[in-house]
Design a protein around this ligand. Structure first.
Ligand code: NAD
Length: 310
């Protein structure tokens, strides 16, 4: 049956892109896909997606193109490279960058191709690879209101409809996402310090955590996210620490560009870089917690809890 939905081009089928494309496919969107790792597309192709050899080819055979790439440098290559998506995109075409990145690449495209009337949105996401697989991502969209309204059904195929937010003009999505990560990473390091000190001082881990949850110092990290470590020793390899360091670096660059000193985030960044040096680029984003465990010679684990099953 011929689909009436627009054909979505998707470049970057990694931890996030693989789940997002599966959900687009499940929602009925015809897909044209590309990655430097062709094997990453096998399952999608089996489900009817079309492989394209270059980003230019993706753009030439799609109604809109989504990029989900590691860093601004990768986005720049995929967009502006000799076989990049601009080489294949028709005038008036739509490009949505869902990577955690910065506005410079899109600004350059607008400045150099003003006459081609591209529709460009930034729409980075939160919710980890689990959210990408389950189609429950939070999406923070920067761009023109008409474009956001037109593309909302595409976002809804990948995200939680309640948490797809139009946060402002082009670039605002990137800024919101970087600030979310900066705060979450700060919570992570602060929690690791508190748990290490409290346990070392002789307090039972679960008593300490329950006390924090009941207190004004509670946070989503203490209440929910740290449990993957406490219950499973899982530091979230679905988001590599190298990418977390990239995000912290971009946050600090953003703060510098708007003239705001952020001493705390600079320390948090260095702690993340220490964890990356110690455990490797592919270690999970929560590996800084392990630094504290190793430092004081404890393992932050709790007995399996009945509350989880309740
Ligand atoms: P990833 O490294 O798992 O995936 C990136 C994909 O891009 C890989 O498949 C890689 O082969 C592909 N790629 C790289 N260069 C390419 C090129 N030139 N052409 C085509 N494909 C290319 O990264 P990820 O974890 O999926 O993250 C993607 C983006 O989403 C990053 O900006 C990250 O910060 C952000 N993000 C990640 C998470 C998470 O939990 N993993 C959560 C929110 C946001």
């Amino acid at each position: 049956m011929h689909s009436t939905l627009p054909t979505v081009g998707f470049i970057g089928l990694g931890n996030m892109g693989s789940g997002m494309t599966r959900n687009l496919q499940a929602a009925g969107y015809p897909l044209v896909v590309n990655d430097i790792r062709q094997e990453a597309a096998a399952q999608l192709i089996a489900g009817g997606a079309v492989w394209a050899n270059t980003p230019a080819e993706v753009a030439a055979s799609s109604d809109l193109v989504i990029t989900m790439l590691p860093t601004p440098r990768h986005v720049d290559i995929v967009v502006n490279g000799p076989e990049g998506l601009l080489a294949g995109m028709a005038d008036g075409g739509t490009w949505i960058d869902m990577s955690t990145s910065i506005p410079e690449v899109a600004q350059g495209v607008r400045a150099r191709h003003e006459d081609r009337n591209f529709h460009i949105l930034d729409a980075p996401v939160s919710g980890m690879s689990v959210g990408a697989s389950s189609g429950m991502l939070q999406i923070f969209v920067g761009g023109d209101a008409d474009d956001v309204a037109r593309l909302r059904p595409v976002f809804e195929a990948m995200g939680d409809p309640e948490r797809i937010l139009h946060v402002g003009p082009a670039g605002a999505g990137y800024a919101v996402k970087l600030m979310i990560n900066q705060l979450w990473f700060s919570h992570l390091v602060a929690t690791a310090e508190v748990l290490a000190v409290g346990v070392k001082a002789g307090v039972d881990l679960e008593v300490l955590r329950a006390s924090l949850i009941a207190s004004p110092a509670n946070s989503n990290f203490v209440q929910n996210d740290v449990l993957s470590i406490l219950d499973y020793g899982d530091y979230d390899e679905g988001f590599a620490i190298a990418l977390a360091c990239k995000d912290l670096g971009l946050s600090i660059d953003l703060a510098r560009s708007v003239g705001v000193p952020i001493e705390l985030s600079a320390v948090v960044e260095q702690i993340f870089r220490r964890a990356k040096a110690q455990y490797g680029d592919l270690a999970g984003e929560m590996s800084p917690v392990k630094l504290y465990e190793d430092l004081v010679g404890i393992s932050l684990r709790r007995e399996p809890q009945l509350e989880a099953a309740a």
